[in-house]
Design a protein around this ligand. Structure first.
Ligand SMILES: [Zn+2]
Length: 66
């Protein structure tokens, strides 16, 4: 399940590729992590997916505030 919260051109973020602050499209994605096959407890972590509207570079950052 993916919840998308898009705000076009409303988020200025530094882009490594552009080397300047550029408008980004930001969405939040919940990913289920299971690094162990027998692990009954799955970790669901929110990721912040930002895409540079200038060059199209997508950056995914884990949002772990725990
Ligand atoms: Zn860029």
């Amino acid at each position: 399940m993916t919840k998308t919260d898009q705000r076009r051109g409303d988020n200025l973020e530094p882009c490594e590729n552009c080397a300047v602050q550029t408008p980004h499209e930001v969405s939040i994605e919940i990913r289920t992590e299971s690094d162990k096959p027998n692990n009954a407890k799955f970790s669901r972590e929110p990721y912040r997916v930002i895409r540079c509207l200038m060059c199209g570079t997508t950056t995914t950052a884990r949002m772990n505030n725990a």
